[in-house]
Design a protein around this ligand. Structure first.
Ligand SMILES: *Cc1c(COP(=O)(O)O)cnc(C)c1O
Length: 430
């Protein structure tokens, strides 16, 4: 007994607290603040315009007041600095901005999950939060593959996606994407098949490989980054039946299409997927947040007495209280102010005003909901357009062969017509 105690004291005595000190060096500041910008060759990049303020549909730079015709990458559906959302955000910050969702929860996250369950169709009820669209896509793919793993069907792990798909820039999201312009340095596509939105193509591959295929993922109706490519709902209706027949999980990546952009609140209202991915407009363009919402079947594939069947994913900022409070207010306004009606009006104005846009340079003009795209034959014919639009008071960025608008839904008719007028002016130049 005494020797035991003696030994314990001895051991305690030899264990010392260790303190590790990182090496601190004086920083040599050369005054250069370096942001690495997205999708651009830094060497030839034009200096970005500095924004001083943004309000409603307008962005104010140092020398210009610009109508934002692209809603800051399709997210700012209420425009900027909406007073009600500002107030909700400030209230939440004054209470708290973030606590971890592991072992804790709070009203903003609980209410947003409840609200999403309420407005989404069918039994899309189980909400997994994350910080961006790309991560939410990763989450959806992991859910689908682990679903079959949990069922002892680990062979089912391959994925079908659409040609020219874009699902984000993280590794698996990039792999299910099919856009060489974005991801040519990362060609890894093992176990991933890309098809056209044609039912024969889907049927052919499912017939052959259904015992290995876990997922069919699509951007429903509107493929944004592909150049606002549009296809009909019939494909999704037929695809839903095939996914059921061949036991394949159907995922709708509605990061871009969700919250009205196609003229449907969600395309999922027309055809119900097993998992829907939401991002971009979820928070009205205020802060990054996203949600992967699964149906009962998927959820039950994880619900078990076996801890190893749990879903192993957890972004640090998932369910961020500030983001959830903002998303709730954004959704309130969306529903209260009848945004679907605004979107119908935008669609009508776009169709009417683009009807008489003619040029031998234009290959196609298409409109769906609050989205219009002018495709030219030669990308060179759009070079300089962003600068041209800027001088005419419109913020727009073309990419490849595509000039497009996805305006904030609060845009007034005359503002929308001004965007179209600048498009026309560009083609009327010579
Ligand atoms: C923008 C987008 C993503 C990626 O979202 P991030 O928030 O940029 O990571 C994924 N899927 C689609 C369809 C998108 O438009």
């Amino acid at each position: 007994m005494i020797t035991d105690l003696f030994l314990a004291v001895m051991i305690l005595a030899v264990v010392e607290l260790k303190v590790y000190v990182g090496i601190r060096k004086e920083r040599k500041g050369n005054g250069e603040i370096m942001i690495w910008y997205p999708y651009v060759q830094m060497k030839s990049m034009k200096t970005p315009y500095k924004v001083k303020k943004a309000k409603g549909v307008y962005i104010y730079t140092e020398d210009k007041k610009l109508i934002d015709s692209v809603s800051s990458w399709w997210s700012a559906i209420h425009g900027y600095s909406n007073e009600e959302i500002n107030e909700a955000a400030i209230d939440q910050i004054n209470n708290f901005s973030h606590v971890m969702l592991g072992g804790l929860n709070h009203d903003p996250a609980l209410e947003l999950a409840e609200k999403l369950k309420e407005i989404l169709p069918g039994d899309l009820n189980h909400v997994f939060f994350s910080d961006s669209g790309s991560v939410a896509v990763e989450v959806s793919l992991k859910m689908a593959i682990q679903y079959y793993n949990n069922k002892g069907m680990s062979k089912k792990k391959e994925i079908i996606a659409l040609k020219e798909a874009y699902h984000g820039d993280t590794f698996k999201a990039m792999a299910v994407g099919d856009d060489a312009d974005y991801h040519k340095a990362f060609p890894e596509k093992e176990g991933i098949y890309h098809i056209c939105p044609k039912i024969e193509e889907l049927e052919a591959i499912l017939e052959k490989r259904h015992d290995k295929i876990a997922v069919f993922i699509v951007e429903p109706l509107l493929q944004g980054a592909a150049g606002m490519k549009m296809y009909d709902i019939q494909f999704l209706e037929e695809a839903r039946k095939l996914c059921d027949r061949y036991d394949v999980i159907f995922i709708f990546d509605e990061v871009a299409t969700g919250f009205g952009r196609t003229g449907n609140k969600f395309v999922s209202e027309l055809v119900i997927p097993d998992i829907i991915v939401l991002g971009k407009a979820l928070t009205g363009g205020y802060v990054g947040h996203a949600a992967t919402v699964a149906n009962q079947k998927i959820y039950e594939g994880f619900y078990s007495d076996d801890p190893s069947k749990a879903f192993m994913h957890g972004p640090t900022f998932m369910g961020n209280a500030l983001a959830c409070r903002i998303a709730l207010k954004s959704l309130d306004i969306f529903l209260r102010d009848d945004y679907m009606d605004k979107i119908k009006k935008i669609e009508r104005i776009l169709i009417d005003s683009l009807k008489n846009l003619k040029s031998h340079k234009i290959k196609d003009i298409r409109v769906m909901g609050a989205c219009a795209c002018i495709e030219v034959y030669d990308a060179k014919d759009l070079q300089g357009f962003s600068q041209f639009a800027y001088t005419h008071g419109v913020w727009n960025r073309t990419f490849l062969n595509f000039m497009y608008t996805m305006p904030p839904y609060i845009i007034e008719e005359e503002e929308l017509l001004k965007i179209v007028k600048v498009f026309k002016k560009w083609f009327d130049r010579e």
